[in-house]
Ligand binder design. Structure first.
Ligand SMILES: [Zn+2]
Length: 306
C-alpha cells in the first residue's frame, strides 16, 4: 500500500468515525437551552395567585406578574387593554406584548394564553392550562432578548383564550381574535404565528395540529428530532382550535403546540405537580432551535405579507 493510499484509507476511517460520533450525539438529547426549573417557578407563582380568569382581579395580578418579570430583565413590554363583549357582559381584558427587534421589521409571533377558565363549582388554578405557556414565554423572551435575531419577534400573552361558558366562535379566543383583527386592519399582520398551550405535562406528547400550516409544524418537528426530543413530538395529528386560529383564517402561516392528552384538563387537579421542568425545557429548547429555520423558510418563500 502506498503512502498516499494509507493517508486516503486513514481519511476514510476518520470520516466514518466522525459520522459515527455525530450519530451518537444525535441519540442523546442535547442539553436544554431553556432553564426549565426557572420556568416551573413562574408556573408556581402564577398558580399561587389563584384563578386568573380574564377580566378578574386574579387575571390582573397574573398580567402584573408577567409584566414585572419582563421589565426586571430590561425587556420592553406593552399592555394592550380592550373591552370584550361576553355572555357575562363587557369585560376588561388585556394582551401583553414584548417586542424584540431584529435586523428586519418582519414579525414572527410566539404566543400563548395567560388566563384560566372560569369555573364556579370548584377552584381552578390551571398550572398547565394557562400557566405553562405563560411561564415558558417569560423565559423564552429573556433568552431571545439576549440573542441577535434576523426577524423581529413578538412574544405575546393572550388574555381571554378560554370560553366564559361553552366554546363557540364568539365565546373563545377573545385576545387573539382582537389582535388579529387589529393587525389586519392596520395591514401589519405577522409573517408567522407559533402558539404554545398546555406544554408542561410531565408525560409530554405533542401531536401535530391538523389545521396548522404544514411547513411550520414540519420545521418544529425537525428541530425536536435534531435535539433528540423526537419522542415527545408525535407523528399523528389532531384538530384543536386555539389562539393560532384567528391568524390562520387571515392567511398567516400559524401552528399550535399542544399536549391535549392531559387527564387533569379543566379539573381541580391541574396543579403544579402535574407540570415538569423538563417538559418546559424541552418545548422551550425546540422552539428556540426552530426559530432560525422558520425565519429561513419565510425568507426563502419570500411570500408577500397577507
Ligand atoms: Zn383551557
Amino acid at each position: 500500500m502506498s503512502g498516499a493510499r494509507v493517508v486516503a484509507a486513514l481519511a476514510v476511517v476518520m470520516a466514518v468515525l466522525t459520522a459515527a460520533l455525530r450519530a451518537g450525539d444525535a441519540q442523546a438529547p442535547a442539553p436544554p437551552r431553556v432553564d426549565g426549573a426557572v420556568a416551573l417557578r413562574h408556573v408556581e407563582r402564577l398558580v399561587a395567585i389563584g384563578p386568573r380568569v380574564a377580566g378578574s382581579p386574579g387575571g390582573e395580578r397574573a398580567r402584573a406578574y408577567i409584566v414585572g418579570e419582563l421589565r426586571r430583565s430590561g425587556i420592553e413590554v406593552e399592555v394592550q387593554p380592550f373591552e370584550a363583549a361576553t355572555l357575562h357582559g363587557r369585560l376588561r381584558m388585556a394582551n401583553v406584548v414584548a417586542r424584540l427587534p431584529g435586523r428586519r421589521p418582519d414579525v414572527v409571533v410566539l404566543a400563548g394564553h395567560y388566563d384560566t377558565k372560569l369555573f364556579n363549582s370548584f377552584r381552578f388554578v390551571g398550572a398547565n392550562d394557562g400557566g405553562s405557556s405563560a411561564a415558558l414565554l417569560i423565559e423564552l423572551a429573556r433568552r431571545l432578548a439576549k440573542a441577535p435575531r434576523d426577524y423581529t419577534v413578538w412574544v405575546v400573552w393572550f388574555d381571554g383564550e378560554e370560553a366564559r361558558e361553552t366554546w363557540t366562535a364568539t365565546d373563545s379566543l377573545y385576545g387573539s381574535r382582537r389582535m388579529a383583527a387589529e393587525l389586519a386592519r392596520a395591514r401589519r399582520l405577522p409573517r408567522a404565528v407559533i402558539v404554545a398551550d398546555m406544554i408542561g405535562d410531565r408525560d409530554l406528547g405533542i401531536r401535530r395540529e391538523a389545521a396548522s400550516t404544514r411547513w411550520l409544524t414540519d420545521t418544529i418537528w425537525a428541530s425536536a428530532a435534531r435535539l433528540g426530543h423526537g419522542a415527545h413530538f408525535l407523528a399523528d395529528a389532531l384538530a384543536v382550535e386555539d389562539d393560532h386560529a384567528p391568524f390562520l383564517r387571515l392567511g398567516v402561516p400559524a401552528t399550535l403546540l399542544i399536549d391535549f392528552d392531559f387527564p387533569p384538563w379543566h379539573t381541580p387537579e391541574d396543579t403544579p405537580d402535574k407540570v415538569s421542568a423538563r417538559s418546559l425545557a424541552v418545548v422551550g429548547s425546540v422552539l428556540l432551535d426552530a426559530l432560525p429555520a422558520i425565519e429561513e423558510g419565510l425568507t426563502r418563500a419570500g411570500a408577500p405579507r397577507p
